[in-house]
Design a protein around this ligand. Structure first.
Ligand code: SAM
Length: 287
């Protein structure tokens, strides 16, 4: 099957169909076969797998997914792309195209229908304006998942895999790492896309954990502490937590809890590991 992953073929399809790029949908189409091969390898797809592709565009990555997976459902919001996808993907009998907003799709129901409720793989060159809601929505939901392998803005990929004490470490790092194991598979420069995005990109694989890496009595409290500590990054943890609107602890209670888990009262949130946030949440729980 002739591949779409080159500039000539992509431009030809766009012109033939009088397609105009919509900035509001984050449309930057991949034109580099080498990058696509890296994404497919990173996604560890086998012929047993059902793959959900988010935002197929003109079907460039879908071709590779169709050749590697058992079955693919590709969800595209832009109705102007649907007739193009129907043509470019016509040779692939294992692909279903769905014209929907991924944020409104019942993915658990799709996994039940297409994969008997067994864990699915999610792959996509994501629209950057909704990367975090898509990824966190999937990880926090009850969708049965093996992995999410996605192209995202490079900065976001760095934040997802950052560790304590680094400049990229934040609430997103901890949230992602609580649910998944991140692996940065490739850096991708702007010239691999049409049109070129204004930022660098990276491919990251998030392998869903079967059990969280830490045990905590109240997950919601732990994430509220995490959000509060990074909302006021420059402050000490005590001040960050004391000022948080959705927490109700006094300075004394926080100082006591920090002492209980062996942390100094001048510590900053950005140096704490997930284990330390979990221990702090348990120390504050029920105070
Ligand atoms: N996969 C194609 C590629 O690599 O060439 C296109 C990637 S492009 C960065 C993102 C795609 O996601 C676009 O086709 C865009 O229309 C689609 N998209 C944007 N928002 C979406 C949403 N909420 N639900 C589903 N698709 C969306």
């Amino acid at each position: 099957m002739e591949k779409l992953a080159n500039p000539q073929k992509t431009i030809e399809i766009i012109q033939k169909n009088h397609f105009t790029f919509q900035k509001r949908f984050g449309q930057n189409f991949l034109i580099d076969a080498h990058v696509l091969e890296k994404i497919i390898a990173a996604a560890e797809i086998t012929k047993d797998d059902f793959v959900l592709e988010i935002g197929p565009g003109i079907g460039t990555m879908t071709q590779y997914l169709a050749e590697t997976a058992r079955e693919v459902t590709a969800v595209e919001i832009d109705r102007n792309l649907i007739p193009i996808l129907e043509e470019t993907l016509a040779p692939y009998e294992n692909v279903t195209i769905v014209n929907q907003d991924i944020m409104k799709l019942d993915i658990a129901a799709l996994a039940r229908e297409k994969n008997g409720g067994r864990p699915i793989r999610v792959v996509g060159n994501l629209p950057y304006y909704i990367t975090t809601p898509i990824v966190m929505g999937l990880l926090e939901s009850a969708v049965p998942l093996l992995s999410i392998t996605v192209m995202v803005q490079k900065e976001v990929a760095l934040r997802m895999q950052a560790g304590p004490g680094t400049k990229d470490y934040g609430a997103l790092s901890l949230a992602v790492q609580y649910y998944a194991e991140p692996y940065l598979a490739a850096n991708v420069p702007p010239n691999c896309f049409i049109p070129r995005p204004g930022v660098g990109s990276a491919v990251i694989r998030l392998t869903r954990r079967q059990t969280p890496p830490v045990q905590v009595k109240d997950e919601n409290l732990m994430f509220a502490l995490i959000r509060a500590s990074f909302a006021q990054r420059r402050k000490t943890l005590v001040n960050g937590l004391k000022n948080a609107s959705d927490l109700d602890f006094s300075k004394e209670q926080i100082t006591q809890a920090l002492a209980d888990v062996g942390l100094s009262e001048t510590v900053r949130g950005e140096t704490l590991t997930l284990e330390q946030f979990a221990a702090l949440a348990d120390a504050l729980d029920g105070i």
